[in-house]
Design a binder for this molecule. Structure first.
Ligand code: ATP
Ligand code: MG
Length: 256
């Protein structure tokens, strides 16, 4: 049975998609069977995996609304060697359209049940909001990976996210837990980065992953080629950090 993890943080531009795409590619490189679910209408994880969001016949949108079959929606990332349940701007309508549906927060969970045995990991790239889409991700998942930039405002939104996770855990999904906080876009030359980083370690202890993802231009360039950074330039510091993160995650869940 697949381990299902959401990559979530309601703040925009904090590195969720970069983490989702590169973790998918890193785990695939480590021999794991991975499905990456793009739950964001921006479709960045889709494009970053080399799947064209403009010509999807069936996407995660149809799957959530019960208008399309999951298997026919799944594409293969030729560049990343994992599967993708892609998304595009159609998904923006889903928030409103799902209001009418029964079990609207469980649509993704129910859809994924049919492919659980085919993967070791399902990674869900969430949009930057605590919305119905993110709620679907949290209800479908066993755990949450929270990417964080080590800057002054980073901690501010964290309590809202942690509270939401607690509520979902208590009321809808008892399996859900925080797997860990991942420090991303880290700049060791900045005093503030170091300070926030050690504050995170002090407050969250073991919940902070040991691996730190540095700010690295090769990671930012890779999406425009539709290739995960881990594959695009595997020797780059950012790629090596995401590969190390894949290994750390495998070790961490082995003891969960
Ligand atoms: P959104 O909230 O809009 O979905 P996001 O949280 O998914 O954003 P990303 O799209 O992963 O964030 O990253 C935001 C920007 O930062 C992108 O341009 C990405 O290429 C860049 N970026 C992410 N991680 C790194 C890194 N480690 N080094 C350099 N650039 C990075
Ligand atoms: Mg994103």
């Amino acid at each position: 049975m697949a381990k299902i993890f959401c990559i979530a943080n309601q703040k925009g531009g904090v590195g969720k998609t970069t983490t989702a795409v590169n973790l998918a590619a890193a785990l695939a490189k480590l021999g794991q069977r991975v499905l990456l679910v793009d739950l964001d209408p921006q479709g960045n994880a889709t494009m970053g995996s080399g799947v064209n969001k403009s010509d999807l016949e069936v996407s995660v949108y149809q799957v959530l609304l019960g208008m399309g079959d999951l298997r026919s929606a799944i594409h293969s990332s030729e560049t990343g060697h994992y599967d993708v349940l892609p998304s595009n701007r159609d998904l923006a309508g889903a928030e409103v359209e799902m209001v009418e549906l029964d079990q609207r927060e469980l649509r993704l969970k129910l859809a994924l049940a049919s492919v659980q045995d085919q993967y070791d990991f399902v990674l869900i790239d969430c949009p930057p909001a605590l919305s119905m889409l993110t709620l679907n991700g949290l209800c479908a998942a066993h755990g949450v990976i929270i990417p964080m930039q080590c800057e002054y405002y980073a901690l501010e939104g964290l309590s809202d996210l942690v509270n939401t996770i607690k509520i979902v855990h208590a009321k809808m999904n008892p399996d859900l837990k925080v797997i860990g906080l991942l420090r991303v876009m880290f700049d060791p030359r900045m005093m503030l980065s170091q300070q926030v980083s050690s504050q995170l370690e002090k407050h969250f202890g073991d919940k902070v992953f040991k691996t730190i993802i540095p700010r690295n231009v090769r990671l930012a360039e890779a999406p425009s080629y539709g290739i995960p950074g881990v594959i695009f330039d595997s020797a780059a510091k950012g790629a090596q950090a995401y590969t190390a993160f894949g290994k750390e995650l495998l070790d961490r869940i082995a003891v969960l």
